[in-house]
Design a protein around this ligand. Structure first.
Ligand code: ADP
Length: 271
């Protein structure tokens, strides 16, 4: 009896080792599956606009289209789809750069009201085309530490989504405010990008930060979306040690809520 007991005890570390090994293998498998899903998605996403470019160019080259108006409309499709390919490739490269951690943070103090004035200037023409009012509510004295290019990317993405997914004549509002974390050193800035748009169905909410996830493929493609914007935003928020969440009601509108630390040094030292 004593002998078999000993043996079982001796076997235990090996058994545990086996379990770890299996765990590692399943992690690797999972990563591989995610990677090959990504490659499959990318190929699919690239093929659709490419097929349109090729098809319409072939038709025009075939010489069957004689009237000016039709041939111009085909050329417009070719142009739009090339633009779409361009955006897709840009987003895919951006995402792979962020995900492979080959990305450097370049922190500087940012004067938020000036920062958002510039951004809203850039978004204004797009908003005006849809008669959407673009409102800012940012305290004049609010500063934070952040990577300005990446923050711009975050808010340009959220605001352009808010405009895309809001009907003509709607409203988009960005608010920023300081949030004291019970008087600790980890004070935050809370940003809310709120729109009066089409909203997101409850069942889709948990998935909209996934790569290539779209609530309505046709509508998103019509608006020129790639389905990558929010997953890039999520990564950029993570890089700032922040959080993002979404609240939405179908037909009423959506709010994207971001919290970022006011200072980055407390996070980057010692980790
Ligand atoms: P896309 O390039 O398609 O806009 P995103 O990753 O930016 O991709 O967003 C993913 C999906 O989430 C969109 O296709 C859209 O269905 C939904 N979505 C994002 N922002 C909003 C919003 N403000 N209102 C309604 N739906 C939104």
């Amino acid at each position: 009896d004593g002998v078999t007991m000993m043996q079982e005890e001796e076997q235990e570390p090996y058994r545990r080792g086996m379990l770890f090994l299996l765990q590692d293998v399943s992690d690797i498998r999972r990563l591989e599956r995610m990677r090959s899903e990504f490659v499959a998605n990318v190929s699919h996403e690239l093929k659709t606009p490419l097929a349109a470019v090729k098809g319409f160019a072939e038709t025009l080259l075939g010489g069957g289209v004689t009237d000016e108006k039709t041939s111009r409309s085909f050329l417009q499709i070719i142009y739009d789809e090339s633009e779409r390919l361009n955006r897709l490739i840009g987003d895919i490269l951006e995402l792979s750069k962020i995900e492979s951690k080959r990305i450097q943070m370049d922190y500087s103090p940012i004067h938020l009201s000036a920062f958002f004035d510039t951004i809203s200037e850039m978004m204004r023409t797009v908003a005006e085309k849809k008669r959407i009012s673009l409102e800012l509510d940012v305290p004049e004295e609010l500063f934070m530490e952040g990577d300005e290019d990446k923050l711009r990317q975050i808010f340009m993405n959220l605001l352009s989504n808010a405009i895309s997914y809001t009907q003509e004549g709607g409203r988009v509002k960005l608010t920023a405010r300081e949030k004291h974390n019970n008087g600790s050193a980890d004070d935050l800035v809370e940003f809310v990008v709120k729109d009066s748009g089409i909203g997101i169905p409850k069942k889709d909410l948990p998935r909209i930060f996934e790569r290539f996830y779209r609530v309505d493929k046709a509508r998103s493609r019509g608006s020129g979306g790639t389905g990558l914007g929010l997953s890039i935003v999520k990564h950029l928020v993570d890089l700032h040690h922040g959080t993002i969440k979404v609240e939405s009601e179908l037909g009423i509108g959506s709010s994207f809520i971001i919290e970022l630390p006011i200072l980055q040094e407390t996070h980057d030292t010692g980790s």
